[in-house]
Design a protein around this ligand. Structure first.
Ligand code: ASP
Length: 329
């Protein structure tokens, strides 16, 4: 019995180190890493068609970002373009596929940060914006503010020439059913229906980092609730001196552990390499009770994509243009 346990223990250790080896690839000269949310994502509950649809979407997103980086475009442009693809796809909990609040509305949050200037922009609780990441960027570049919420954010978007969409645009049958299920459930909240937030981090040829995140938040949230995704330092952070980070998970805990900024701090003040800094920051949220994951890319092209759930939709592309996508552990 004792020996048997040892074999299992050794087996999981080998498995864990092979995962680490797989994901600790060569640093990229330029490139990007994306996520499409972390949570309970298991092979047993996924159809081959659905899995393929997720993979295709992640590849399209990487392709959109890569095309910009490859021709010498900025990491900010790449992040925005990659997130657009995922916001427009109903599979992800961002833009079109945003989850419902308890009241049956959709309230979207997003943020973006420029690692070169430390400029940042965010929107929270918007209900009529098709691509919140683009309005977050407008807040950063065309307003004196960092974050705009609700009606104020939408008025600003309109002023900027953005066409608002009807709230019905965000209705998807699958998300509606998830809300009904969650409302009926008496079980403690699980991360089953939470995954799907999207994020991207990029390093361009000029050596500039950028990060962005976009989400519908959490199913059955109270209206007015804001998670970590639009909060600079919690869900998103970028600094050319350290790294670019985008998080996904239980927002309440990611805010309290200031996860994205902590990754940068651990690199800057403790000299930690990015994989260790990312693991440590994620563990801080887990210690408080929050699960999830993050993507982080440093100024030298090293990256990490840790998560403590059963899966995280994720992918990367480096200078060679070869996109790779993963879902499960
Ligand atoms: N972090 C997001 C939020 O709390 C949700 C998620 O990443 O799944 O709004």
């Amino acid at each position: 019995m004792h020996r048997f346990h040892h074999i299992i223990w050794l087996g999981s250790l080998l498995l864990a180190s092979s995962i680490a080896a797989q994901e600790k690839d060569e640093p990229m000269k330029f490139g990007m890493v994306i996520h499409g949310g972390a949570g309970t994502i298991e092979r047993s509950t996924m159809t081959p068609e659905k899995e393929q649809a997720y993979r295709t979407a992640l590849e399209q997103s990487l392709k959109a970002g890569y095309a910009i980086l490859e021709r010498g475009g900025s990491s900010l442009d790449a992040v925005e373009a990659a997130i657009h693809v995922l916001e427009d796809n109903p599979l992800f909990n961002a833009g079109k596929g945003a989850v419902f609040t308890h009241e049956g509305t959709n309230e979207l949050d997003s943020s973006i940060m420029d690692g070169k200037t430390l400029a940042a922009g965010a929107v929270a609780g918007v209900k009529h914006i098709r691509n919140p990441i683009s309005v977050a960027r407008m807040v950063m570049e065309k307003s004196p503010h960092v974050m705009l919420t609700g009606e104020g954010a939408e008025a600003f978007a309109k002023e900027m020439g953005v066409t608002l969409v009807d709230a019905k645009y965000f209705y998807t049958e699958e998300r509606w059913q998830e809300l009904q299920k969650e409302k009926k459930s008496t079980a403690p909240k699980s991360d089953q229906d939470r995954h799907g937030t999207v994020g991207a981090v990029a390093l361009d040829k000029a050596g500039n980092l950028a990060a962005g995140t976009s989400t519908g938040g959490t199913t059955n949230k109270q209206f007015g609730r804001v998670g970590d995704s639009p909060i600079i330092g919690a869900g998103t952070y970028a600094n050319n001196e350290t790294c670019a980070v985008s998080c996904t998970g239980d927002g309440e805990y990611f805010i309290r552990a200031a996860v994205a900024h902590t990754v940068s701090d651990l690199m800057q003040y403790k000299g930690m390499p990015v994989p260790e800094a990312a693991e440590t920051a994620l563990e801080n949220a887990r210690k408080l009770g929050g699960t999830g994951g993050l993507i982080a890319l440093d100024k030298d092209g090293n990256f990490a994509m840790p998560f403590n759930t059963s899966g995280m939709y994720r992918g990367k592309v480096g200078a060679d243009g070869k996109a790779s996508v993963e879902i499960y552990r």
